[in-house]
Design a protein around this ligand. Structure first.
Ligand code: NDP
Length: 337
């Protein structure tokens, strides 16, 4: 039985030294508890924030504590009548091969789920984030131009495909030719632009010849800088994430452009709204689950996973996520099913 703890807090980009792999005794469930064996561990950008000692919408991980994270597990011992051995559950046991739960907060996935790991992606938190952020804040209308970056990740890919279902013209932004090709050929985006291209800004401008009506913000930084002048009057900007800034240790250099941003918001009456998915929308989960299950069954939503074998590979894979090395939803296979 092993686990990965936060060994030290990163300054800037995390390094392997910030994590420590430990061998520990397998926990024993008490009365009312279950022993969970992790099969899949989700790695997500928000974990970078938890490594900082800063107040946010959730508490930081303490140094020497196990890294947090959602897992898909099998019940291997049960002292709780609600759970049977062999059942699959969505849990929050973190970066470790076994966990204990009193059942609180576990989501049952059945005895033989067809694709249990989807509960960490398109059918779980990232899919729900895409669905609510786009539909509730983005308010997409047929014919709108929708732009989304991190276009091949679980949030961005889902945003763009829901945008297509709603009749938008969808422009993705992704890192590299292969991801851009996938966004067009597999996800069905109208265009996808490589943010690493030297003329990225010009390409985005040429592609968005009717401006941008919805910009789903996943990354911030230079992508937002290129998007801002292209926003149309009445545009909506769901602020979901700012991954290009998660490793930043200070504000960027250069002139203060806040007044330019505020001026644009004012003159163009732009609605820009942040959201934290479960804090704001937990009450609408069923609506999402129903629509998404149907869209997947109808083949309207494609989903790609980037599966990495072995808990010991989690630090390296997570560091890579913040650099765009993942291609699809990053999932660690902790144990064989
Ligand atoms: P992804 O799997 O898409 O992973 C992150 C991707 O971001 C990378 O693969 C990379 O893609 C892109 N990226 C990384 N650095 C940069 C950069 N400097 N500039 C541009 N792109 C970059 O992650 P998710 O789909 O899980 O999450 C997407 C966003 O949604 C994140 O910002 C995350 O924090 C946020 N989020 C917010 C939630 C909320 O409740 N508000 C809930 C869930 C997620 P590429 O190679 O294509 O550039």
């Amino acid at each position: 039985n092993s686990r990965i703890v936060l060994a030290s807090r990163p300054v800037g980009a995390p390094t392997p030294e910030n994590f420590r792999l430990e061998d520990i005794e397998r926990p024993v469930p008490a009365e009312g508890e279950v022993l969970l064996r992790s099969v899949y561990l989700s790695l997500d950008p928000y974990m970078r924030g938890r490594m900082n000692d800063a107040k946010s919408y959730a508490d930081p991980v303490a140094v020497d504590d196990v890294m947090v994270g959602a897992t898909v597990c099998q019940v291997v011992e049960s002292n709780n009548p609600e759970f049977e051995i062999g059942e699959w559950v969505l849990a929050y046991t973190g970066w470790q091969s076994y966990g204990i739960s009193d059942g609180e907060g576990l989501l049952k996935l059945g005895k033989q789920p067809t694709a249990p790991s989807y509960a960490l992606g398109v059918l779980g938190m990232p899919g729900f984030t895409a669905y609510m952020g786009l539909l509730d804040i983005g308010q997409p209308k047929p014919g709108d131009t929708l732009v989304v970056a991190a276009a091949t990740g679980p949030v961005g890919a889902t945003v763009g495909q829901i945008g297509k279902i709603k009749g938008c013209r969808v422009i993705g932004v992704a890192g590299g030719e292969e991801k851009c090709r996938y966004a067009k050929e597999v996800l069905g985006f109208d265009e996808c632009i490589d943010h690493k291209a030297a003329d990225f800004e010009q390409q985005l401008q040429a592609t968005c010849d009717k401006g941008i009506d919805v910009y789903f913000e996943n990354v911030g930084g230079k992508v937002f800088d290129a998007v801002l002048p292209l926003l149309n009057t009445g545009a909506r900007v769901p602020v979901c994430g700012l991954i290009s800034q998660y490793n930043a240790t200070s504000l960027p250099d250069g002139p203060d452009r806040l007044s330019m941003l505020m001026g644009t918001l004012l003159i163009k009456r732009i609605k820009m709204q942040g959201f934290i998915i479960f804090d704001d929308y937990a009450h609408r989960y069923n609506e999402f689950a129903q629509d998404m299950t149907q869209w997947l069954a109808e083949g309207k939503i494609q989903y790609r996973e980037h599966l990495v074998e072995g808990l010991d590979k989690a630090p390296e894979a997570f560091i890579g996520l913040l650099e765009g090395k993942n291609f699809g939803k990053l999932v660690i296979q902790v144990n064989q099913p």
